[in-house]
Design a protein around this ligand. Sequence first.
Ligand SMILES: Nc1ncnc2c1ncn2[C@@H]1O[C@H](COP(=O)(O)OP(=O)(O)OP(=O)(O)O)[C@@H](O)[C@H]1O
Ligand SMILES: [Mg+2]
Length: 158
Amino acid sequence: MVQHKLQIQSVAVSIEVAELPPIYCDASQIQQVLTAIMMNAMDAMASQAPQGGNLRITVAPLDADWVDISVSNDGPPIPKDVLPHIFEPFFSTKQAASGVGLGLAVTYGIVKRHGGDIQVTTGDQTTFHVILPRGQAPAENKNTESADVRRETVHTDR
Ligand SMILES: Nc1ncnc2c1ncn2[C@@H]1O[C@H](COP(=O)(O)OP(=O)(O)OP(=O)(O)O)[C@@H](O)[C@H]1O
Ligand SMILES: [Mg+2]
């Protein structure tokens, strides 16, 4: 989805990912977070010019326990009066057909449930920092499964 939009808008992308130990998180939810932020970044750049722009993604450790995944774009800055509202549900500055205003509200909920935080800076570049704790490796399933769990295999004809 993101790749398609990048190509249509001829956005230049740079990705820098530091060597890191694993981050334990809900991968599909964090994918949703990064998709929402990247789609917003591309909307912002397209609002300035239909083609071009720079999207930069970096993943770097903050310290031993925290990781910063950041997404930057060089579209127009977020206006001062808009910035305090961007994480509110149904807040959108886009036309009704293109923005519902849920992307960042959902993003915020997911990051908070992971024990993380989101920080935004805006100016020549707008950067969303998704700060996540490294998390802990999940316990082995066999150790956490309670003794009275029964396993059943259901066979179907289909
Ligand atoms: N990178 C950005 N640059 C400029 N403004 C941004 C950026 N990201 C978000 N915004 C502002 O924050 C508002 C809320 O973003 P959010 O993703 O929650 O909703 P939306 O993109 O308008 O709609 P939806 O994501 O539901 O399609 C946007 O309408 C826009 O005004
Ligand atoms: Mg959005």
